[in-house]
Ligand binder design. Structure first.
Ligand code: ZN
Length: 220
């Protein structure tokens, strides 16, 4: 398989390796509700391996996967400094850039695994399970109020607003850093707003990060 490499919006490579993608489940109350999940009192964390990352700009191909692949559109935070047990200001200073990601999920399989109380890696860590957009440097985001959206076949499907997060980005990074180290090149996915659903063959997707980044892709 081709090794994924981070890129900036202008096409130049980010010279940092992707080590891992740390994800938070249920960071938007409305999404927790739509899947009949309780709203958590502390962040629910899981990790996608580097081998799950692909370029979002390439066509999404799930031929041969078992069951429906659901999209979750998420704001992706690119980490630029090592973070172990950090303060809020250190976490803030370590944000190198922002992009968008699809946290792809084999929803039927995930439900089966959850019912058994098993880890859900097989549903979320498969090759191609983490399409990532190019990144925009953090300096272009003057504050932590950031919005993003997903359109499928030109219909608005998801709208995200960091103000709706149960665990905002900086406190989330601080929390993660208390449990394990984030390294330069790691990515943190910050949860999906409501509106998740299945990806279907021939769909066209447009992901938008404010007026700073538009990414188009399609499902094979
Ligand atoms: Zn997610």
């Amino acid at each position: 398989m081709e090794l994924y490499q981070h890129h900036w919006k202008d096409g130049t490579p980010v010279h940092l390796p992707l080590g891992k993608v740390v994800c938070i489940g249920r960071n938007y109350a409305e999404h927790a509700k739509e899947l009949n999940n309780p709203v958590p009192s502390e962040p629910l964390l899981f990790i996608k391996p580097a081998s799950s990352a692909v370029h979002l700009t390439r066509p999404l191909d799930f031929q041969g996967r078992k069951g429906q692949v659901h999209f979750e559109t998420e704001l992706a935070v690119l980490i630029g400094k090592p973070l172990t047990n950090v303060s809020a200001s250190e976490a803030q200073a370590a944000i190198l850039g922002y992009g968008l990601a699809l946290d792809l999920t084999l929803r039927d399989l995930q439900s089966q695994l959850k019912d058994k109380g098993h880890p859900w890696e097989r549903a979320k860590a498969f090759d191609g399970a983490c399409p990532l957009s190019p990144f925009v440097a953090a300096e272009h985001f003057p504050n932590d109020h950031i919005t993003f959206s997903l359109d499928i076949n030109e219909q608005r499907q998801q709208s995200g607003d960091t103000r709706d997060m149960l665990f905002p980005i900086v406190p989330l990074l601080v929390h993660i850093s208390r449990h394990f180290t984030l390294l330069p090149g790691d990515v943190v996915l910050t949860g999906t707003p409501k509106g998740v659903g299945p990806l279907l063959s021939e769909q066209t997707l447009k992901l938008q990060l404010e007026d700073k980044l538009s990414v188009f892709t399609k499902v094979v």
